[in-house]
Design a protein around this ligand. Structure first.
Ligand code: SF4
Length: 319
């Protein structure tokens, strides 16, 4: 992927707090989405991935930071944001009206934005559905009358019918069978190439992210701890949490060394990273020092486009 100067859509230093007195669910997270590029956002359940996505979609308010579209600040209430940024979610059936056909639901954004006559909207919706592999015979059915894969294809058609520039995908394949997952991933990759869409792809599956995405950002406890080119993060992770995350993925390579490269601490509990002001991985990190618990490490560039928030990054040559 070529270096690009200006991202289409960004979250800058974004923070989200669910209620006063609560700890921040997301702290100072920055996300940059470029035309024709897919950014994978990975991390364990509850790390803040979906909250980040929801903040970028305006579904939860930011307690700090801002969104920009083409370099200028944008409010979640602005029409240009709603037209430019669309989303697909894990359970597409839940996001459709169960009483309406897929065709009617896919045509709905055109009606909301005042585009075309009823006949024209139907024709455009059918064309959009056909483009993502949903036949007219399927399109006239309700969500509960088609498979999960067909439903997710229709959700993609509904998200792209207004020709957005950005697609936010929150765990879009995790509820699907493996064979269907591959088809949906292929479809997303095609859309990225054909339409130049910028995508945020959220997943807990590192294999899926490595195969689909151009860049990867790793989140832990509400912060981005590492980001860079997807192959670099997959093959040469430098943050101890990213290394532990990679080591937890089962390997099909029987010659691979099964020993983890780092051993996370357990049961010591002498440092509570969530309560102290420093690194939030300190509680589990085998490389923790007093510096780690004094102040949170900033994302620093270790090599071009590879940033790590760690005072003592993992050395990949060890294995
Ligand atoms: S900053 Fe310190 S505690 Fe945090 S991941 Fe790096 S070495 Fe571990």
């Amino acid at each position: 992927m070529t270096e690009q100067k200006q991202p289409i859509f960004t979250l800058e230093n974004g923070s989200v707090r669910y209620g006063s007195g609560q700890p921040e669910a997301v702290s100072g997270v920055s996300v940059r989405l470029y035309r024709g590029e897919i950014l994978g956002l990975v991390g364990e359940s509850g790390c803040g991935k979906s909250t980040t996505a929801r903040a970028m979609l305006g579904l939860v308010p930011l307690s700090g930071g801002r969104l920009t579209l083409h370099g200028t600040p944008v409010s979640v209430h602005e029409r240009r944001l709603r037209a430019s940024v669309q989303a697909i979610f894990q359970n597409p059936a839940a996001s459709f009206n169960p009483k309406r056909s897929l065709l009617d639901s896919v045509a709905e954004p055109l009606r909301v934005h005042g585009q075309g006559t009823s006949k024209e909207r139907r024709a455009r919706a059918l064309a959009e559905l056909d483009r993502v592999g949903v036949t007219e015979q399927m399109a006239v059915r309700r969500p509960n009358e088609v498979s999960g894969g067909q439903c997710q294809r229709a959700a993609i058609a509904r998200a792209t019918i207004l020709r957005p520039e950005v697609l936010v995908c929150d765990e879009p394949v995790s509820a699907l069978d493996v064979s269907i997952q591959a088809q949906i991933l292929e479809l997303l990759a095609e859309l990225r190439t054909e339409q130049g869409l910028a995508m945020l792809f959220i997943s807990h599956d590192l294999g899926v992210v490595a195969s689909l995405c151009d860049r990867t950002a790793v989140m832990y406890a509400g912060r981005v701890v590492e980001q860079g080119a997807a192959p670099d993060i997959a093959n040469r992770p430098r943050h101890p949490y990213s290394v532990a995350l990679q080591d937890a993925v089962p390997s099909l390579d029987l010659t691979a060394d099964p020993a983890p490269r780092i051993r996370t601490r357990t049961g010591t509990d002498d440092v509570d990273g969530r309560l102290l002001p420093g690194c939030r991985f300190a509680e589990l990190c085998p490389s923790v020092t007093s510096a780690c618990t004094a102040a949170p490490p900033a994302l620093d560039e270790l090599s071009p486009r590879h940033e790590v928030a760690c005072y003592h990054p993992f050395e990949p040559a060890v294995r």
